[in-house]
Design a protein around this ligand. Structure first.
Ligand SMILES: NC(=O)c1ccc[n+]([C@@H]2O[C@H](COP(=O)([O-])OP(=O)(O)OC[C@H]3O[C@@H](n4cnc5c(N)ncnc54)[C@H](O)[C@@H]3O)[C@@H](O)[C@H]2O)c1
Length: 323
């Protein structure tokens, strides 16, 4: 079985490719445009590890460029596609909506087009918990209203879900959208809170705490995301419209300041120096995934305990940066 992972040099893509390569039944292909949203060295270092496996095939391709993408699909005749390539991040979308439009909307349209043209058996794509916007009832279920995204990032992911649904309906392209809830782990993203907090606390610098840390996040360890994706690959929807959407989350909301930050301080053995800031535009007060639908489908739900997961991140961070 041939499988393509887009965004394979990214945080989640890297872990997914590694795990797929350990399974003997997949020939794994990856594409990424290696953009400079964050340190490209980290992306290249992830790629270097992946390329050590001779069963991994990489090509530098931008999904917003249809012709090159089409040629790649024509050459490789994939069975499955997992689209993780996107401009991620809620905050960056406030100042740079154009790059979200290009990568997440035009780019995703291209992925749909080539998946349709080359009769992909199952297109799985990354959505986000941000599509839920402001809700007053938790845990968040897949059938809750997602018509009011609070950021343009969330809007582009909601648009992906709607575009995919129409391709499932009209062209019978089997599509599954995955709403990831704050993913963390080794080789994690430098623009995310865990990375920034560990970096600054470890080097005795102050940290910015939005909403004074009084919000809640449902954190999901990257291995749990990867395991869930792999179990979903050969389980596309069998409905007349072969479309589905799932939450993938730890299903335990943690208070940013009282739990998440305390664990980091405890593991590092250092106290944070905090700059309290107001809630950021586009941010959500609380995320908490209901994962019953996922569990019914794949008989699995995320299980990594937050303190252990943070510990794994910190072990990696210290080794990688020799701190
Ligand atoms: N990490 C999280 O907490 C989280 C939460 C919800 C959703 N997601 C989604 O999951 C996916 C993966 O996220 P991640 O955390 O690994 O982010 P990431 O930024 O580390 O990975 C994305 C990768 O895609 C690549 N890319 C971006 N635009 C591209 C394009 N036009 N063509 C080819 N490659 C392109 C980037 O270079 C990067 O390597 C994204 O779609 C993101 O929106 C992530």
């Amino acid at each position: 079985m041939k499988i393509l992972i887009t965004g394979c040099a990214g945080f989640i893509g890297f872990h997914l490719v590694q795990k797929l390569l350990s399974k003997k039944n997949y020939k794994v292909f990856g594409i990424d445009n290696l953009n400079t949203y964050y340190d490209v060295k980290l992306k290249n270092d992830r790629l270097k590890i992946l390329k050590q496996n001779k069963n991994f095939y990489f090509e530098k391709i931008d999904i917003s460029k249809l012709n090159k993408l089409k040629q790649n699909f024509l050459n490789n005749k994939y069975d499955y596609v997992i689209n993780l390539a996107a401009q991620a991040g809620v905050r960056y979308s406030i100042t740079n909506p154009d790059t979200y439009f290009e990568n997440n909307i035009s780019g995703f349209y291209n992925i749909l087009e080539v998946s349709k043209k080359f009769k992909i058996k199952h297109l799985i794509f990354a959505s986000t918990s941000s599509v839920y916007g402001d809700q007053s009832k938790w845990p968040l279920k897949e059938n809750y209203n997602t018509d009011k995204p609070l950021s343009f990032y969330a809007a582009t992911k909601k648009i992906n879900e709607v575009m995919a649904y129409s391709y499932s309906n009209i062209y019978k392209l089997p599509c599954t959208g995955l709403r990831f809830f704050t993913v963390y782990g080794p080789y994690g993203r430098p623009d995310m809170a865990l990375f920034k907090f560990v970096k600054n606390i470890n080097s005795a610098k102050r940290i910015n705490l939005f909403n004074s840390g009084n919000h809640y996040r449902d954190f999901t360890y990257v291995d749990d995301i990867v395991e869930s994706i792999i179990r979903l690959i050969n389980k596309p929807s069998k409905e007349k419209i072969p479309y589905d959407v799932f939450n993938i989350g730890g299903s335990k909301p943690h208070h940013l300041k009282k739990t998440f930050l305390r664990y980091i301080e405890k593991i590092l053995g250092k106290k944070a120096m905090i700059i309290n800031l107001p809630m950021q535009m586009g941010d959500i007060f609380k995320t908490h995934a209901d994962t019953k639908k996922l569990q019914n489908k794949i008989n699995y739900k995320p299980k990594t305990n937050l303190e252990n997961g943070i510990n794994n991140f910190i072990i990696w961070y210290k080794k990688y940066f020799k701190k």
